[in-house]
Design a protein around this ligand. Sequence first.
Ligand code: ZN
Length: 191
Amino acid sequence: MSDKTLCPLCGEGHLTSRVEDTVTEYAGHQGRVTLRFAECDACGSELTDDADSRANKRAVVAFRKSVDGLLTGAEIRALREQYGITQDQAARLFGGGPKAFSKYETDDVVHSVSMDNLLRLVQRSEEAFAELVALKGMTAEIPPRTMRAKLRPAIIEFVVKQMQSQEDAPHTVRRMILYSAPHGELRGTLH
Ligand SMILES: [Zn+2]
């Protein structure tokens, strides 16, 4: 709320925006969430407008996700950005409906446990991500460029030379997809 807003309850004081850490409880777990509101400097009333309410609801949902062991909105966004895909592409890959990832990432909606499992699997494994992209027929739209981009050119050159020097099978290398695994080790697959 604007700091100049007149208090609608007493009509005399003005409202000042405040944020306050509050202890909340969910499923037997206590945690702190930061809540937004406005306080009247005359009557002391605490009020929330639509924006405050939305932010407060998101803060509570994020806390509940952490208690339930689900990825938070910020973690889901980081996962999506890890693979360089849009919210729309993520929805078509993982499911959940057209606006699903917008709602997950802002903590407007709690995603299912099965969705969480799928997201965690892909978070851990670039191979799983590549398989899912292929399964959904989105390989042309989402090429493995994000994986290759992580590799230093010198490493790519080294590996390609190494493959070409195999005398017993010099002509089998038609296409090689290189990518770095989550822990930095280098892998390559031949096609
Ligand atoms: Zn007031």
